[in-house]
Design a protein around this ligand. Structure first.
Ligand SMILES: NC(=O)c1ccc[n+]([C@@H]2O[C@H](COP(=O)([O-])OP(=O)(O)OC[C@H]3O[C@@H](n4cnc5c(N)ncnc54)[C@H](OP(=O)(O)O)[C@@H]3O)[C@@H](O)[C@H]2O)c1
Length: 225
C-alpha cells in the first residue's frame, strides 16, 4: 500500500521491533507508546501522528482485550478492563481522528478516508461464558453503524472487521481455568494468523472511492460458530 504508519500500544519494545521490520522493508513507521483507555493519551497519539506524518487517512482501532468466563464468577475488574479498552479506547481514538479523516477525505487524491473498527464474531453471536466481551463487541458494531451513517456522505468509510479465532496473545490474559476452556474449544482447529486479518483490512481500505466495504466477517475455515 505504501502507507506511512503510526503504531500505538503500551509496550514500546513490541512496536519498536515491528517498526524496525517495516522500515527494513522500505516503509516508514512512527512508534507511539500510549494507553488508549486514557483519553488524553489517545488524543495525543492522534495529534502526534498528524504532526509527524502530516495527515491521517486511515485509523484502525485494533486494541482489545477478551476476558471470558461465566458472569456469576467473574471478577468485575475484568469487565472494567474490557469496557475501557474495547469500547472507551476505541471511542476516544475515533473521536480524536474524525476531523483529520474528514479533512483527508476532502483533500486527498483517493477521495475517501477510512475508519476501521475491529470487532469479532463475538460482536454478532452471543455465547454463554462470553457475556461482557459480547456486550463490548456488540457496542463496537452499533457505534460503527451509527457513525457510518453520519459520515459516509462526507466520504469517510466506516468499516467493521469481525474475526473468528486468530492465533495471538489474546486468550493468554485469561484466568488459567478459562484459558483451559478456550484451548479445548479450539484444540482441533487451525486458527487464522494476524496476517489474515491484516489482509482483510488492507483490502477494505484500498477499494475505489465509490466502494465502501462496511463489514467483513472472517472465520477460520474449521470454525463452525
Ligand atoms: N485473536 C482472536 O481470536 C480475535 C478474534 C476476534 C477479534 N479479535 C480482536 O482483535 C483485536 C486484536 O486482538 P489480538 O488478538 O491481536 O490480541 P493481542 O495479541 O492481545 O493484541 C492486543 C493489542 O492491543 C494492544 N492494547 C491492548 N490494550 C491496550 C491499551 N490499553 N492501549 C493501547 N493498546 C492496547 C496490545 O498492545 P500492548 O499490550 O502493548 O498495549 C496489542 O498490540 C482485539 O480488538 C480483539 O478483540 C481477536
Amino acid at each position: 500500500m505504501g502507507a506511512h504508519v503510526a503504531l500505538v500500544a503500551r509496550r514500546r519494545d513490541r512496536i519498536e521491533a515491528l517498526a524496525e521490520q517495516l522500515e527494513a522493508d522500505g516503509g516508514r513507521a512512527l512508534v507511539i507508546e500510549a494507553d488508549v483507555t486514557d483519553r488524553a493519551q489517545a488524543e495525543d497519539a492522534v495529534r502526534r501522528t498528524v504532526d509527524e506524518l502530516g495527515r491521517l487517512d486511515v485509523l484502525v482501532n485494533n486494541a482489545g482485550v477478551m476476558l471470558l468466563g461465566p458472569v456469576e464468577d467473574a471478577p468485575v475488574e475484568e469487565w472494567d478492563r474490557m469496557v475501557q479498552v474495547n469500547v472507551l479506547g476505541l471511542l476516544y481514538c475515533a473521536k480524536a481522528a474524525l476531523p483529520h479523516l474528514l479533512s483527508a477525505a476532502e483533500s486527498s487524491e483517493r477521495g475517501v478516508a477510512d475508519l476501521v473498527n475491529i470487532s469479532s464474531v463475538a460482536g454478532r453471536v452471543a455465547r454463554a461464558g462470553s457475556g461482557v466481551y459480547n456486550a463490548t463487541k456488540h457496542a463496537v458494531g452499533a457505534f460503527s453503524e451509527a457513525l457510518r451513517q453520519e459520515v459516509t456522505q462526507r466520504h469517510v468509510r466506516v468499516g467493521l472487521v469481525e474475526p473468528g479465532a486468530v492465533a495471538t496473545e489474546l486468550s493468554g490474559h485469561n484466568r488459567p481455568e478459562v484459558q483451559e476452556g478456550i484451548k479445548q474449544r479450539f484444540a482441533d482447529m487451525e486458527r487464522m494468523e494476524a496476517e489474515d486479518i491484516a489482509d482483510a483490512i488492507g483490502w477494505m481500505v484500498t477499494r475505489p472511492h465509490r466502494v465502501a466495504v462496511n463489514e467483513i466477517l472472517v472465520r477460520p475455515t474449521e470454525q463452525p460458530g
